[in-house]
Design a protein around this ligand. Structure first.
Ligand SMILES: [Zn+2]
Length: 195
């Protein structure tokens, strides 16, 4: 527990990152603290079909994309999830989140839909899925890594657990990332903290 927590707390970049708003040197927007990087659609969703529909249409749609659900040609089903990466030495256990998509079977997709409005999944356990985004800077690709999707109560997005392999992303999810790596991930995705 104690390893590293003092050093990160003293790192001026950490202070800058976590104490309220910081101005991004790349996208020129203010960011607040450690923020998630989200993918608005799974990789398989066709380019150019950028119409984001309301979640409420999921029950009756055979081909659609919303903030939390995606159905591709009535054949492939996806849920928007979060993959958390622990930050090594973070004083309060802060984590960085990738907002990413996973496939679900039709059956589990229906279960996910059923519980969505009440926000209660009880002991639903976890559902198998294929990781459905190609994140920047990973070799080999993160697309189609095996994962488990764990629905969360209280309308939190489901959490993704990657199969425990030696893929760099699975290693980061398991062992955490350094502050340097976090800032590199931001840079790779168009954001830069300048101290
Ligand atoms: Zn930015």
């Amino acid at each position: 527990m104690a390893w590293g927590d003092i050093s990160l707390g003293k790192d001026p970049r950490w202070e800058r990152l976590t104490q309220g708003k910081w101005f991004c040197g790349r996208c020129n927007n203010p960011h607040e603290g450690i923020f998630d990087l989200g993918c608005v659609r799974p990789e398989a969703w066709p380019d150019g079909e950028d119409d984001i529909r309301p979640n409420s249409e999921a029950q009756h749609s055979t081909h659609f994309l919303s903030e939390d659900f995606c159905v591709l040609h009535d054949e492939h089903f996806f849920a928007r999830c979060v993959l958390l990466l622990p930050i090594v030495g973070a004083p309060n256990g802060e984590k960085f989140g990738y907002g990413v998509w996973s496939t679900l079977s039709r059956k589990n997709f229906d279960l996910y839909l059923e519980g969505f409005d009440s926000g209660a999944y009880g002991d639903a356990g976890s559902w198998f899925g294929w990781f459905s985004n190609s994140l920047k800077g990973y070799e080999p690709t993160t697309l189609n890594l095996k994962c488990q999707v764990r629905p969360q109560d209280r309308r939190q997005r489901p959490l993704i657990e990657l199969e425990p392999t030696d893929h760099p992303l699975a290693v980061e999810a398991r062992e955490g990332i350094t502050l340097d790596r976090l800032l590199e991930i931001y840079r790779l995705n168009g954001h830069e903290l300048r101290v």
